[in-house]
Design a protein around this ligand. Structure first.
Ligand SMILES: [Zn+2]
Length: 192
């Protein structure tokens, strides 16, 4: 017959690291996540996506140009860099209460943010994005979007991945109520 081990009375594990001054290891890279949604406006006839104007019989509602992909990328960069108060997300830097941001070019906002991130000594390792849209079909535009995003960020095309998914005709995306985008970015301690 085996005795059940009393887990409440085990000897303390040996201390391999002194408790007094813990060493904080900060790796020379950071990951960031961005996500955005914009409602479809059936009164308009084109969307702005990845800095490209794509005619598709509807638009997106937004204070700026409603570029859902560039907004997700902007937030991913800000999340990874964690620059602090006033720079936590796109809404904090470019509030929709400021008339200056009305119909603002999201490519310009992303360029400003990427410059701030560079000044904080980070460079972009790579960027992976998903656009969820029932329509329009994004396959014909993917390479152009990839090149445009790379140009805005002043990085190589190979550092940018753009994937497209439909909403499978369910949920807000599938019912053509919204388009959403998700982006992850890897920042590497930069030497420029
Ligand atoms: Zn947005």
């Amino acid at each position: 017959m085996t005795m059940k081990q009393d887990l409440t009375n085990l000897p303390a594990a040996p201390q391999t690291v002194p408790r007094t001054t813990p060493t904080v290891f900060l790796p020379p890279f950071r990951i960031g996540l961005g996500d955005d949604t914009h409602r479809i406006d059936h009164a308009a006839d084109y969307i702005t996506l990845g800095g490209l104007r794509i005619p598709c019989g509807f638009g997106l509602v937004g204070h700026s140009d409603a570029d859902v992909l560039l907004h997700a990328i902007t937030d991913a960069l800000l999340g990874a860099a964690a620059l602090g108060d006033g720079f936590r997300d796109i809404g904090e830097i470019f509030p929709d209460t400021d008339p200056a941001n009305q119909d603002r070019d999201s490519a310009e906002m992303l360029r400003i943010v990427s410059e701030q991130v560079r000044r904080a000594s980070w460079q972009i390792g790579n960027l992976d994005c998903i656009v969820h849209a029932q329509q329009p079909k994004l396959q014909p535009h993917r390479t152009q979007i990839q090149e445009r995003v790379a140009a805005i960020l002043n990085i190589q095309r190979e550092q940018v991945s753009i994937k497209a998914k439909t909403g499978e005709h369910v949920g807000p995306v599938g019912r053509l109520e919204a388009i959403t985008a998700t982006a992850v970015v890897l920042l590497v301690r930069g030497i420029y």
